[in-house]
Design a protein around this ligand. Sequence first.
Ligand SMILES: Cc1cc2nc3c(=O)[nH]c(=O)nc-3n(C[C@H](O)[C@H](O)[C@H](O)COP(=O)(O)OP(=O)(O)OC[C@H]3O[C@@H](n4cnc5c(N)ncnc54)[C@H](O)[C@@H]3O)c2cc1C
Length: 441
Amino acid sequence: MTLDRRNFIKLLGGASGLAIAGQAAAQAKAGSAAVSAGSAAEIMPKGSARRVIVIGGGYGGTIAAKYLRMLDKSIEVVLIERNKEFVSCPFSNFYIAGLMPDMKALTIKYDKLTANHGIKVLHAEVTAIDAAAKMVVTSQGRLAYDRLIVSPGIDFMTDGIEGYDAKTPEIFPHAWKAGPQSALLRKQLQAMKDGGTVVIGVPLMPFRCPPGPYERACLISSYLKKHKPKSKLIMLDANPDVVSKKGLFTKAWNSYYKDIFQYVGGQVTKVDTKARIVVADNFDEYEVAVANVIPPQRAGNIAVVAGLTDDKKRWCPVDAISFESTILKDIHVLGDATLLPSDGGAMPKSGYSANSQAKVCAINIVALMNDKPTTELSAINACYSAVSETESVSVSHVFKLVNGKIKITATAVSPIDFSLGKIEKAYGESWLKNVLTEMST
Ligand SMILES: Cc1cc2nc3c(=O)[nH]c(=O)nc-3n(C[C@H](O)[C@H](O)[C@H](O)COP(=O)(O)OP(=O)(O)OC[C@H]3O[C@@H](n4cnc5c(N)ncnc54)[C@H](O)[C@@H]3O)c2cc1C
């Protein structure tokens, strides 16, 4: 699916953004990925120090910025993030299901990254990247870089869902970016009458956090079982089967939520927010009290605008050692937005993966900037998912570089009888606390 001109301009704010958007749209049409920084005023002029700019203060960007500074203090690091605070998607399903009073435990600030590591944090929207001039254009002006890291997370591809427009998430929230969307879904669940139908629409892979929708199904089912037991939760899954931890999730659905939860194959193809109807490609039509439609995903808008995505305009191909884009030189991409060369199972689009990738990327950017040898990735992804209020399960993989491609070299999955469920819940909570502390201090 392509980003049309209307949407392209919509995602670039401000007058200078529009000038660049026009230019970039024309270039994109002509098949060129180059975008000119145009006439935007330069801010934070670069002195003699080498500078790395990081776009996106989430799971990947904060860690890359911090490790760059920890590894080489002579490099100036500017982190550009649109929001003043970051809200974690991991554990937001607990909040949605009413198991956390608020999102405080999921929210981090950026001030200590400046105080402790000297990272310059700029709160602005990045609207374009001029790879030739090595300039980033923001809502506040343009900035020069020597190397650039892009970790913008995901945006949505909604063209394939009839009736889906910019207002749809205000009525049928995706809650696939944590914050106001999570609050809306929780509010709707709490406001619905007992006996209503809730639908979760799962997109085709690849998407951010493969086990996320299934964990959400468990926690919302648990909420309904306790507070609205006459209600139903239907999961419409566009994938041929459950894509993550299948045995563990199906065990939970069959043993805990049989009377509430139903897993149905089918891709959401149409929504009608006025009639409150969700239609699937198997022609099933559901009248919903609450609809959590999670649209298909691609790299964050800025990666598409900058020409960092592949010919499908979806994910950003990168080198598996330095995470440098294979399309644009001196630009590195991290986290959900990446398309990594893989042999077998790809690294999941997870916060854990983004964190591991950010460290390898930072080590190798410092090596490249100092003419030192690079280091090959050796990383872990451990992914905890709740199956009930008190029990979690996990799957862990070790990834290594084999012949230039990332390969799974070891896997561990929780026991099917949930005998470690309580302790794994504690491990998951501890992982969240550690990772958010690492991102914000
Ligand atoms: C419900 C749910 C549960 C999850 N649970 C887990 C879990 O348990 N464990 C796990 O490991 N992962 C989990 N994930 C996945 C995890 O959230 C993502 O994989 C992770 O956030 C990816 O990191 P990132 O750096 O690529 O993107 P993000 O963390 O989303 O960071 C991107 C940042 O870039 C900023 N940005 C984007 N574009 C611009 C721009 N143009 N200008 C300025 N700023 C910009 C955004 O505001 C954002 O702060 C879950 C996801 C969901 C939805």
